[in-house]
Design a protein around this ligand. Structure first.
Ligand code: ZN
Length: 188
């Protein structure tokens, strides 16, 4: 069972406090992946920064994605649709699994493979990948649906995920072709 984890595609990370021009290019692949995940019955997780004022990370980045603020909302193009298999998982640190209960929730669904997407390849995607590795998940990274900050070597960031965490680096198109949508299976 796969889970699509969309990390920090929040207003503050696209056009707000920590705006990233590179993020614009991953929105369209993410939209297609999200639609595919929903139709295929994957678990869908929005792993979102939701910071409190005393979070240590704010010393590094300044205030961003403060809990309850507009900047902490997922961008409209990727709006969550919470349901039985889709939920928002707030976090106060880089890693999606750190202090969030996400591991228990995914295991309850029988998830054994996480498709980690969103931002940033070298920070939260990386720390979430580490959390996934240590908890026994297979890690898949669609390279066209993640991005680092401008000025950061995207290839090197992906290579780290592959070399250190054993992540499979693929593309969203290739990933979607592996698992035909339930609807197209029915019509065959
Ligand atoms: Zn943060």
């Amino acid at each position: 069972m796969k889970a699509l984890i969309i990390v920090d595609m929040l207003q503050d990370f696209v056009e707000g406090a920590l705006a990233n021009p590179r993020a614009v290019a991953i929105v369209e692949p993410l939209q297609r992946l999200l639609a595919h995940a929903r139709e295929s019955g994957w678990v869908v997780v929005f792993s979102n920064d939701a910071h409190l004022p005393d979070d240590p990370e704010l010393r590094v980045w300044g205030p961003h994605a403060m809990a309850g603020s507009p900047g902490a909302q997922v961008i409209r193009a990727l709006a969550p649709a919470p349901g039985p298999r889709e939920f928002v998982s707030p976090k106060r640190v880089y890693g999606a699994f750190d202090g969030t209960g996400l591991d228990e929730r995914l295991k309850a669904f029988g998830v054994d493979e996480v498709v980690i997407s969103g931002q940033h390849t070298h920070i939260c995607v990386r720390h979430s990948s580490y959390g996934a590795l240590t908890r026994g998940y297979t890690i898949t990274i669609p390279a066209d649906a993640v991005c680092a900050f401008e000025g950061v070597d995207e290839e090197a960031a992906l290579e780290y995920l592959k070399g250190v965490y054993g992540a499979r680096i693929t593309t969203s198109d290739a990933l979607m072709q592996e698992t035909p949508m339930a609807k197209s299976v029915e019509t065959r």
